[in-house]
Design a protein around this ligand. Structure first.
Ligand code: NAP
Ligand code: G4F
Length: 329
């Protein structure tokens, strides 16, 4: 039997899953990644490490597949990163979002409870749970007021994690992560939508950028910093919940200024408000207080907002120049 620690990641094909897989491999883990059966393979973000991973088919909609994976691969740690994660889509697919993003968490927890209750569990909770914020900045004690079907589903996922910890004594942690971005971010999210358009405009491949609410403010951090926090939580003596955030907030307008400014362009010459990009209900302001994570986990962010946006613009320019798909590597 191998002495290396083994971790299971759901959502390994996503932004965070790919960075967490890299991080755990560097820590000497065997990494098992759960992937959905799709008609077209979408392993772009993990292609470069695919030969070091064990990929297994499963779905958060299907508890049988989760139990089978746990029985066969016997991980000591499970990171549940899989979700329908795009807030806007949660209004057009609210039931599906609830099935995956909310009930999916119960399916994983229940599989753990039945197969091996010693497994340490990480749940990808979200600052979207704070919604119409009741306190500024937001901490682990701030009440939730979700503003989207996605936010509501994440509140369920959060509380079922707390409930299984208290009911069955599982080592179950919830990371309340504020927005985090990278060159691997999906193109539908605002940071990557902006940096990709900046790169296209700079190269003469586009001339306008439609956006929604320019006044929304977010606490944007760098994804590789955030996956480190997930791992740190599962190395503690006791399971707990932690806010992970930079403590700084910026508006979408400021994001545009920084991104266009990084290639010498004035954002106001290109950006226009497209009503289709507005949301039925908005989260106006998110800014997190990660003092508990700093104090107890020794966690701190290493990359500033400006550095990260610059990095994303450069990656998009590079990808477009070499005619690669921009969103992955
Ligand atoms: P992402 O890039 O959208 O990745 C989502 C992952 O979930 C993908 O691998 C996707 O697989 C998988 N997935 C979706 N439905 C599934 C299902 N039914 N069964 C199994 N897998 C499924 O998201 P991310 O940005 O990496 O975020 C990771 C997690 O953190 C998510 O739970 C998200 O809600 C949460 N979160 C993210 C942020 C952030 O700012 N990034 C902040 C707070 C919380 P496919 O590739 O097959 O679609
Ligand atoms: O980039 P976004 O789509 O991210 P959002 O809604 O904050 O959600 C992300 O962060 C959450 C953590 O708080 C995660 F849980 C979730 O999974 C996801 O990763 O939008 C950010 C802000 C919003 O206020 C939105 O209204 O940008 C505003 N925005 C303005 N124009 C836009 C656009 N967002 C998108 N996606 N596209 C636009 O054109």
């Amino acid at each position: 039997m191998s002495r290396r620690k083994r971790a299971l990641i759901t959502g390994i094909t996503g932004q965070d899953g790919s960075y967490l897989a890299e991080f755990l491999l560097d820590q000497g883990y065997e990494v098992v990644g759960m992937v959905r059966r799709t008609s077209t393979v979408n392993f772009d973000r993990i292609q470069h490490i695919q030969d070091k991973l064990t990929l297994v088919a499963g779905d958060l909609m299907d508890e049988v597949s989760l139990m089978a994976i746990l029985k066969e691969h016997r991980p000591q740690e499970v990171y549940n990163l899989a979700a329908q994660s795009f807030v806007k889509t949660s209004w057009t697919q609210p039931v599906f979002t609830g099935e995956v993003t909310a009930l999916g968490v119960t399916r994983v927890l229940d599989a753990i409870r039945m197969v091996d209750p010693e497994i340490r569990f990480y749940q990808a909770s979200s600052s979207e749970m704070f919604g119409k914020v009741q306190q500024v900045p937001q901490t682990e004690r701030t009440p939730y007021y979700p503003r989207s079907p996605y936010g509501v589903a994440k509140v369920y996922g959060h509380w079922i994690t707390v409930n299984y910890r208290e009911s069955y004594d599982l080592f179950a942690c919830s990371g309340i992560l504020f927005n985090h971005e990278s060159p691997r971010r999906g193109l539908e999210f605002v940071t990557h939508k902006v940096t990709y358009h900046v790169a296209k405009i700079k190269l003469g491949l586009a001339d306008r950028l439609p956006l929604g609410n320019l006044e929304a403010q977010r606490d944007w951090g760098y994804a590789p910093d955030y996956v480190r926090a997930m791992w740190l939580m599962l190395q503690e003596d006791h399971p707990d919940d932690y806010v992970v955030a930079t403590g700084e907030t910026h508006s979408v307008r400021r994001l545009c200024e920084v991104a266009f400014g990084s290639v010498g362009l004035n954002w106001e010459d290109y950006v226009y408000v497209n009503p289709d990009d507005l949301r039925p209900a908005e989260v106006d302001l998110l800014v997190g207080d990660a003092s508990k994570a700093r104090r107890e986990l020794g966690w701190a962010p290493t990359v500033t907002f400006e550095q990260m946006i610059q990095m994303m613009v450069e990656a998009d320019l590079e990808a477009l120049r070499s005619q690669r798909q921009p969103m992955r590597l």
